[in-house]
Every structure is written in structure tokens, then in C-alpha cells.
Design a protein around this ligand. Structure first.
Ligand code: NAD
Length: 481
């Protein structure tokens, strides 16, 4: 049974209530997590406030050592953590082993080192003054994360917050709480002082809302949907909390005829369907220059049909279960909408049957390619967040730029071309926070990460994250000459 991690110990919700947690591969309940509420958040905040004076005074080296130790322990427990992540989320086990858990360890390792390199500015003012910037931890901060990359995104927020000297209240998604619970156990084993990190499980409109509204949580780092980001901002902004919001996307994948074709095709298969299409960076709108369109369509459909849809522990599974029944229904409803909007389903388009008696009630969807839709229809404007992509031909740079920039989102874009001048024109003109050219999901943790428009506010990653989790205080000292 999953427990909260508050003030260094594992405890149930004060109410004693629990939420059922489902295994997407089977559609069955497999564990329960605390159904916490505002009083649990208040308890966690009290513990964090009590821990802050001493934690914020630890040296960078001490924090480095503790966070590095947590990274080592995550790596040591990789098999158990990956199995838990795959069971909780429905993703292929090999993917959790290769991507999610190694990245969670890297997040701790990276910020353990980054804090030892973090520096602030000095400005010498002509005449007789020197300004320097103090970068101080904020105090108690909140981290709220989604279900698609559970431990990966949870630790991406917690690690920089702790490294910068803050105490943290963290809430994982109620849909995938298991590895967050295991992280609490790891922190206890590593000797993280009580109250420095508190993990409170529960629903968004109870625990999450209580975090947004708590006056002693001074900053919120949130990753999730645009709608929830707006709800959090509505509560937190009038309280003048610092906000980092990493929200939804509807990312364009723009393919020019001069691209490296084989590399583009293999990468586009990944950028369309990895993690069942449930990565905020997946390219769900694929624009193909007309001379290449028919060839691409033929090859892309042929390769997509070969992707094996199977249960998460099948080592050959390229696509496993989507995360929940409501999400399964939502994706299928968007496929129905695409047909109603005049789209043609080139492959997929329905729930997938996988072999094995245990998996007959699981939530599996065939990888789906749609063509023939207008760029501005709902299917091409709204986030589906599943194994569903739309392909569209284009004739000119102006046309594809207009279509690519036409959504309210602006998270990531992928561009395939060997033309250097075009690359520069597009990287300037695309309205996104992240652009990959001739690659996808090639991540360097030092780079600024985040979106524009309705995809978010603020940047994570590297020193950007450490800047977010600190307050800049300018000190101006005038001296006599
Ligand atoms: P969600 O917004 O439903 O939930 C995210 C988290 O917010 C959960 O922990 C949830 O409990 C909590 N929450 C819900 N209502 C809340 C409220 N009123 N107050 C405070 N917290 C609340 O998102 P999801 O369905 O878990 O995740 C999918 C979404 O996340 C997609 O839109 C995807 O694009 C986005 N996402 C974005 C990024 C990025 O880096 N930009 C990364 C991953 C996922």
C-alpha cells in the first residue's frame, strides 16, 4: 500500500481514505494510494518550514553528496523502479528501464553537480559602487507532476528545488503514484533530513489545489495540461507566487524533400509513437513537402503497421497500454472526431487486441495515421496525447510555417532539411520553445526547456531551474574613494 512521505516518515492520509490505482495492462486495480487533502498538505508544509532553516544552511557540497547518493540508489534499484513504472503507467518495461529510471537518476546527479557550479553576477557601477546578486533559496516550494513520465518528471523538479536549498512539497499524479512512493523510501534510506522533501498523494482538486492556495508555499513548479496550469495560475498568481508552468503541446514535425530520408523515417516513427504518443514532445502534426508525400506516406504506414502492440512486459512490445480508461476513451473519441471531420484512417484507428488472457481488459490502441484533414480542424488543433498522428502535404515554406504556427500551443517543433539557410529561417520563425533539427528528443540537461503561448511560462533545465528555485537579491555597496 502506498503511503505519504511527510516529515521523514511514511504515513497514511489523515482521513484514512485511499484511492484505487489501476494497472493499464490489465485494467484491474493493483494497489491503493492515500486520498489526501488540505490537512495533509498543511502537515507537510509545517514539516518543511521546520526543516528549512537548517537545510538552507547546508553547504553546496553537503547537498551535492546527498543528492548524488539518491541518484546512486535509484540506479541500484533500477529493475524494481522500472517494473513499478511500467506496471503503473502501462509503458513497455524496456522503455522504463532504458529511459524513465536512468533519467530520474540523471536528474539527481545533474543537479547535485550543477549546484556546485552555480554562480551569480557582479556589476561594478562606474564611480564607487559594486552590485552583487545574492541567490537565496525561496523557502517551501511545491512541485506538481503528470502521469506520462512519472518519476522522470517528478525528479526533474524536485532535484533542482532541493539542490538550491528549498524544502519541497511534491505531488505526483494520482494516476501513477508508485515510483514517487518508492522515491520516499529511497530518501529515508539515504538519510535526507525529515521535512526536506514531503510527498503527498491525492487528487488534483484536493491536494494540488491545497498546494496552490497554501500561503506558505511560495513557488509552484507544475507540469501537466494547459487547463490545469490555468487553474493553478488563477489561485497562485494573485498570491504572487513564483510560477513555472510546463503545459500541453500539439507539435509540428516538418519534413522537407531534401532531408536525410532514412534517418527522418526512423526518427518520425519514434517521435510519433514513443510511450504510446504520450510524451509532450511527440510530433503529432506531420507536414511533408509534396514531392515526398506519397513515398513518405507509403513507407510510414508500412513501418507503423509493423509496430508490435503488446503487454508491457513483452520485450518486443513497441506500443503497450495507454494510461487509463478515461484517457483510452478520450483518444478513441478524437479518432472518431477525425473521421467526422473528413479524415481518412490510413492505419490503426481502433482499440488493439493483444494476446494473453490477463490483458483482455487492458487499454491498448493501435498506432493511428490520419490524412486528409484541414490544418485548422479540431483534430489538428487540440492535444490528443496518444498514438495518433495526422499527415498533411505542403508546397511552400510560407504555407507550412503558417500551418505549423496555427495552434494555441508552442512547445516543440521538429524540422527535417539539409538546407542551412532554411534551417535558420525556420528556427527564428517557429513559435515554439524547443526546436529539433534532423533529430528528436536529443536532450542536454543544461539547455532551457519549456514552451511559449499556451504551452507554458518559464523554463526548466540547467541554471534556469536553479534560478527559478532561488530569489535574486541585489546588494549595492557604495564605498568611499
Ligand atoms: P493534468 O493537468 O490533468 O495533471 C497534472 C497534475 O496536476 C496531476 O498531479 C494532477 O493531480 C494535478 N492537478 C489536477 N488538477 C489540479 C488543480 N486544480 N490544482 C493543482 N493540481 C492539479 O495533466 P496529466 O493528464 O497528468 O498530464 C498530461 C498533460 O501534461 C498533457 O497536456 C501533456 O502535454 C502535459 N505535459 C507537459 C509537459 C511539458 O514539459 N510541457 C511534459 C509532460 C506532460
Amino acid at each position: 500500500m502506498i503511503q505519504n512521505y511527510i516529515n521523514g516518515v511514511l504515513v497514511p492520509a489523515l482521513s484514512g481514505r485511499y484511492l484505487d490505482i489501476y494497472e493499464p495492462a490489465t485494467g484491474k486495480v493493483f494497489t491503493q494510494a492515500p486520498d489526501s487533502d488540505a490537512p495533509d498538505v498543511a502537515l507537510a508544509v509545517a514539516a518543511a518550514k521546520a526543516a528549512f532553516p537548517s537545510w538552507s544552511q547546508t553547504s553546496q557540497q553537503e547537498r551535492h553528496d546527498l543528492l548524488s547518493d539518491i541518484a546512486v540508489r535509484i540506479t541500484q534499484q533500477l529493475p524494481e523502479l522500472a517494473a513499478a513504472e511500467s506496471r503503473d503507467n502501462g509503458k513497455p518495461l524496456w522503455l522504463a528501464e532504458k529511459m524513465d529510471i536512468p533519467r530520474a537518476a540523471s536528474n539527481f546527479d545533474f543537479f547535485a553537480n550543477a549546484i556546485t557550479q552555480f554562480a551569480s553576477e557582479t556589476h561594478e557601477t562606474t564611480g564607487n559602487a559594486l552590485n552583487f546578486t545574492l541567490r537565496q533559496p525561496i523557502g517551501v516550494v511545491g512541485c506538481i507532476s503528470p502521469w506520462n513520465l512519472p518519476l522522470y518528471l517528478f525528479t526533474w523538479k524536485i532535484a533542482p528545488a532541493l539542490a538550491a536549498g528549498n524544502c519541497v512539497i511534491a505531488k505526483p499524479s494520482e494516476i501513477t503514484p508508485l515510483t514517487a512512493f518508492m522515491l520516499g523510501e529511497i530518501c529515508i534510506a539515504a538519510g535526507l533530513p525529515p521535512g526536506v522533501l514531503n510527498i503527498v498523494h491525492g487528487l488534483g482538486h484536493t491536494v494540488g489545489a491545497a498546494m496552490s492556495a497554501h500561503p506558505d508555499i511560495k513557488a509552484i513548479s507544475f507540469t501537466g495540461s494547459t487547463r490545469t496550469g490555468a487553474e493553478i495560475a488563477k489561485v497562485a498568481a494573485p498570491m504572487f507566487k513564483k510560477l513555472s508552468l510546463e503545459l500541453g503541446g500539439k507539435n509540428p514535425n516538418i519534413i522537407f524533400a531534401d532531408c536525410n530520408y532514412e534517418k527522418m523515417l526512423a526518427t518520425t516513427l519514434r517521435s510519433s509513437f514513443s510511450n504510446q504518443g504520450q510524451i509532450c514532445l511527440c510530433g503529432s502534426r506531420i507536414f511533408v513537402e509534396r514531392p515526398l508525400y506519397e513515398r513518405f506516406k507509403h513507407d510510414f504506414v508500412a513501418k507503423t503497421i509493423q509496430l508490435r502492440v503488446s503487454h508491457p512486459t513483452d520485450p518486443q512490445a513497441k506500443i503497450a497500454a495507454v494510461v487509463s480508461k478515461p484517457h483510452f476513451d478520450k483518444i478513441l473519441s478524437y479518432i472518431a472526431l477525425a473521421e467526422a471531420e473528413g479524415g481518412t484512417i490510413l492505419c490503426g484507428g481502433k482499440a488493439a487486441q493483444v494476446s494473453g488472457d490477463a490483458y483482455q481488459d487492458g487499454w491498448y490502441i493501435e498506432p493511428t495515421i490520419i490524412e486528409g484533414l484541414a490544418y485548422d480542424c479540431r483534430t489538428n488543433q487540440e492535444e490528443i496525447f496518444g498514438p495518433v498522428v495526422s499527415i498533411m502535404p505542403f508546397d511552400t515554406e510560407e504555407e507550412v510555417l503558417h500551418m505549423a504556427n496555427s495552434t494555441e500551443y508552442g512547445l516543440a517543433a521538429t524540422l527535417w532539411t539539409e538546407n542551412l539557410s532554411r534551417t535558420h529561417r525556420f528556427t527564428k520563425a517557429l513559435e515554439t520553445g524547443i526546436i529539433w533539427v534532423n533529430t528528436w528528443l536529443n536532450r542536454d540537461l543544461r539547455t532551457p526547456f519549456g514552451g511559449v503561448k499556451h504551452s507554458g511560462v518559464g523554463r526548466e533545465g540547467g541554471f534556469e531551474a536553479l534560478r527559478f528555485f532561488t530569489e535574486a537579491k541585489n546588494v549595492c555597496i557604495e564605498y568611499t574613494t
